[in-house]
Design a protein around this ligand. Structure first.
Ligand code: SF4
Length: 104
């Protein structure tokens, strides 16, 4: 039977505290606005099914219907509705959102 060391307990406590701080901070961030300059430049929309595919042709490519924030490599989930994206620093993006920075 393995023993749990004091160091393991302390490291776990620190990790849990850090996770809690990050989660609280993430929820405090504003939701990206559709008229945000970066959002406009990147073609960001809160609902990926509304993308103007004539303008944003990546979304019209094969499999494009599956492109949304939750399927994007750089998406960092906060909860079922929102996440963080390194393109929109300091803001939350919608889980069903999309922008031209989508990465498989
Ligand atoms: Fe969503 Fe990815 Fe665009 Fe960020 S880069 S807004 S996670 S689709």
């Amino acid at each position: 039977m393995s023993k749990i060391t004091r160091r393991q307990v302390i490291n776990t406590a620190i990790a849990l505290a850090g996770t809690t701080v990050i989660a609280r901070f993430s929820h405090a961030q504003d939701i990206i606005a559709s008229d945000d300059a970066t959002a406009l430049a990147m073609g960001y929309v809160a609902d990926h099914t509304t993308v103007d595919t004539a303008k944003w042709t990546k979304k019209a490519s094969p499999g494009g219907e599956n492109q949304k924030c939750t399927s994007c490599t750089i998406y960092q989930r906060i909860d079922d509705d929102y996440g963080l994206c390194p393109i929109f620093i300091g803001k939350r993006v919608h889980a069903n959102g999309w922008c031209n920075g989508w990465v498989a």
